[in-house]
Ligand binder design. Structure first.
Ligand code: UDP
Ligand code: MG
Length: 336
C-alpha cells in the first residue's frame, strides 16, 4: 500500500496547562479522520506550570506526540522556529495551543495544499475577544508596515499557516535572530494563498503575549522587513536643510533690506528643541538597527533545546505501558 503523506502540527506552548489536553484531543479527533499520517510537535517555551509534565506524559501515551523542551522562554516566534526545524511532515502546520486556531479548520488548509498551494496563510477576519484598541492598533500597524516594506503582509495575518515541505526547507535557511515569521514567509514566494477565519476566544488562561512582547514583535516587523526608518533621517535632513535656507534668506532680508534687528531668541530655542529631538529620534532608530546587527553578529544559536523528548526514556516507558496492557489482557494484572 502506498504510504500516506505525513502532516506535522507544530504548537508552541508557554504555560498552557489548562489548554493542552483539550487541544490534543481536538486535534487528534480531526486528524484521525483524515487520510494522512500525522505527528504533533509541542515546543515547550520554558513553561513554569505543569505543561512540561503533561507533555512528557502525552508523549508516552501517544507515539505521534513529540515534545521539545527549550532551555528557557525564547518567545513565540523562536519556539515556532524550533518546531519547524524538527518537523518531518510533507506539510507542516503551525498553530497555537489555546484553540484560537481551531483544529476543525485543518481539513480546509489541507484541501488547499492538495490543490497545489505551498503556503496557506490564514488571516483573522476578527478575533472575538480582541478589544477595540487592539483591533485599531493592529489595522494601523499593518497599513504602515505595508507602506514601508516591499513584501505584502496581510493585515490580521496570524501564525496559523500551512507550509509545504519545500517552503519549510526554504524557511529553515533563514536564521536571523529578530524573527517576524509573517514577513519572512511572505517574502519566500512560492504559491501562496490566503484563508480567512474568525479566531474564537482563548479556551482557557490569559494571553501570553505581554505588552512588551507585542511591542518587540511589532518593532521586529518594521526593522527586519524595511530600511525605510533609516532613510527617514535623509528625508528629514533634506526638509530641514530647505527650511534652513529659507530661514537664512529671511534673516538676510530683514538685516540688509528691511534694516530690522532680528529678535531671534524664540526662533532659536524652538529650532534647537525641534532639531535636537529629531536627531535623538533618528539616533534611536539607528540604535534599533545596530542592536539587531549586534545580535546577529554574535551568531549565537537561535534557541537551546534542554530536552528533546528524552527519547530513550519515552521508548522505555511506552514499552512498559504496552507490556502492562498486554499483561492485563491475558489475565496477569500486574506486569511489574
Ligand atoms: N507562546 C510561546 N511563548 C511565549 C508566548 C506565547 O510559546 O513567550 C505560545 C502560547 O502558548 C500560545 C501561542 O504562543 O500557544 C500564542 O500565544 P497567545 O495565545 O498568548 O497570543 P495571542 O493569541 O494572545 O496573540
Ligand atoms: Mg492566543
Amino acid at each position: 500500500m502506498k504510504k500516506e503523506r505525513l502532516v506535522s502540527l507544530v504548537v508552541p506552548v508557554y504555560n498552557e496547562e489548562d489548554n493542552l489536553q483539550h487541544f490534543y484531543e481536538a486535534a487528534r479527533d480531526v486528524m484521525d479522520k483524515l487520510p494522512y499520517r500525522w505527528e504533533l510537535i509541542f515546543v515547550d517555551d520554558g513553561s513554569s506550570d505543569s505543561s512540561r509534565t503533561m507533555l512528557a506524559e502525552m508523549e508516552v501515551q501517544d507515539e505521534r506526540v513529540q515534545a521539545i523542551f527549550l532551555a528557557r522562554n525564547y518567545g513565540h516566534q523562536t519556539a515556532l522556529t524550533c518546531g519547524l526545524d524538527y518537523a518531518d511532515g510533507d506539510a507542516v502546520i503551525s498553530m497555537d495551543g489555546d484553540m484560537q486556531h481551531p483544529p476543525e479548520l485543518l481539513p480546509r488548509l489541507l484541501e488547499l495544499w492538495e490543490q497545489g498551494y505551498d503556503i496557506v496563510q490564514t488571516v483573522r477576519k476578527a478575533t472575538e475577544d480582541a478589544g477595540l484598541l487592539k483591533r485599531l492598533t493592529s489595522v494601523g500597524y499593518y497599513r504602515v508596515l505595508n507602506m514601508i516594506t516591499s513584501v505584502p503582509i496581510r493585515e490580521g495575518g496570524s501564525d496559523f499557516r500551512l507550509l509545504d515541505r519545500e517552503a519549510v526547507l526554504a524557511l529553515r535557511q533563514h536564521r536571523e535572530h529578530a524573527r517576524f515569521l509573517r514577513g519572512l514567509v511572505s517574502s519566500l514566494g512560492f504559491r501562496q494563498t490566503i484563508f480567512e477565519f474568525t479566531a474564537p476566544p482563548r479556551f482557557a488562561g490569559r494571553s501570553k503575549y505581554s505588552l512588551r512582547k507585542m511591542l518587540r514583535l511589532a518593532m521586529d516587523g518594521v526593522f527586519t522587513c524595511s530600511a525605510f526608518p533609516l532613510r527617514l533621517g535623509l528625508y528629514a535632513g533634506m526638509v530641514s536643510a530647505l527650511f534652513a535656507v529659507l530661514l537664512i534668506i529671511h534673516v538676510l532680508y530683514e538685516t540688509f533690506v528691511a534694516q530690522n534687528v532680528v529678535s531671534g531668541w524664540p526662533t532659536l530655542v524652538a529650532c534647537f528643541a525641534f532639531f535636537g529631538g529629531l536627531q535623538l529620534m533618528l539616533m534611536g532608530v539607528m540604535g534599533e538597527y545596530v542592536a539587531r546587527i549586534y545580535d546577529e553578529a554574535k551568531q549565537r544559536p537561535l534557541y537551546l533545546v534542554q530536552e528533546y523528548g528524552h527519547r530513550s526514556e519515552v521508548r522505555k516507558r511506552r514499552q512498559e505501558k504496552t507490556e502492562t496492557e498486554s499483561g492485563q489482557r491475558s489475565g496477569h494484572g500486574d506486569a511489574e
